[in-house]
Design a protein around this ligand. Structure first.
Ligand code: GRF
Length: 231
């Protein structure tokens, strides 16, 4: 990525941003996005939920509100590339503008990243670039082992590398002496539920741009969000 990339909108389109959500499990971030939409805080619409695992809670959540669901399991395709091509087809069929990887356990293949370049974001439960890779409790366990005093979550664009795309927003939480991976994960998750809808909103408003691999235009100073600046 070099030069300025405006993503995923120019700011001239005021219709709700069409979201495709990638999930693999609990779906609490998906639920937070839907809640922000329902309350009028986020001008978006979830047009499809795509899971790589059948029978997960995220799918049940989508069913209760009649959102189209697609399940594309790796074992049903000869390769990850083929599975991801099917996912791209599903996203296109639903005219998805922004893909949100929200607790999605698979690495997205290069061709799928290219098909939605600068239009796929992910949330990761650490302050990247620290403790990249893996799902809970791996990043939280790594943070505790390292003895860091602050951790948090990061929303970033998805590129070919794992958890290494341009950072859109971060929220920090304290790490406490008696934290376990579960207690730290739960404190971080509260911030995820605020940060992800906020970042999606900025993308929908077309106020962010990527210049030389860095995201510019975040409303909060230094691109770092605290509870005080969200409320
Ligand atoms: C979150 O901690 C997210 O950061 C990570 O996976 C977890 C998903 O949680 N990528 P949920 O499925 O949204 O409840």
């Amino acid at each position: 990525m070099s030069g300025d990339v405006h993503t995923p909108r120019s700011g001239l389109d005021h219709s709700p941003l069409r979201l495709g959500i990638l999930v693999s499990g609990r779906g609490s971030n998906f639920q937070a996005i839907q809640k922000a939409i329902d309350s009028g805080d986020l001008a978006a619409r979830v047009v499809v939920v795509v899971s790589n695992r059948p029978g997960v809670l995220a799918i049940a959540r989508a069913e209760t509100i009649d959102i189209p669901i697609a399940v594309h399991e790796r074992r049903d395709f000869p390769s990850r590339h083929d599975r991801d091509q099917e996912i791209v087809k599903t996203l296109r069929e639903h005219d998805v503008e922004l893909v949100v990887s929200a607790g999605y356990s698979a690495v997205i293949s290069a061709a799928a990243v290219e098909a939605y370049r600068d239009r796929i974001i992910n949330i990761h439960p650490s302050l990247l670039p620290a403790f990249a890779g893996g799902m809970a409790p791996k990043p939280q366990t790594a943070a505790l082992r390292a003895g860091v005093k602050i951790s948090g979550c990061t929303v970033h664009f998805v590129t070919d590398g794992v958890d290494s795309g341009p950072i859109i927003a971060q929220a920090a939480v304290p790490v406490l002496d008696d934290d376990t991976p579960a207690s730290l994960a739960s404190r971080i998750l509260e911030e995820e539920h605020l940060l992800l809808p906020l970042a999606i909103g900025w993308l929908g408003e077309g106020i962010l741009k990527i210049r030389n691999g860095r995201v510019r235009g975040c409303p909060a100073t230094a691109g770092s969000i605290s509870r005080a600046s969200i409320s």
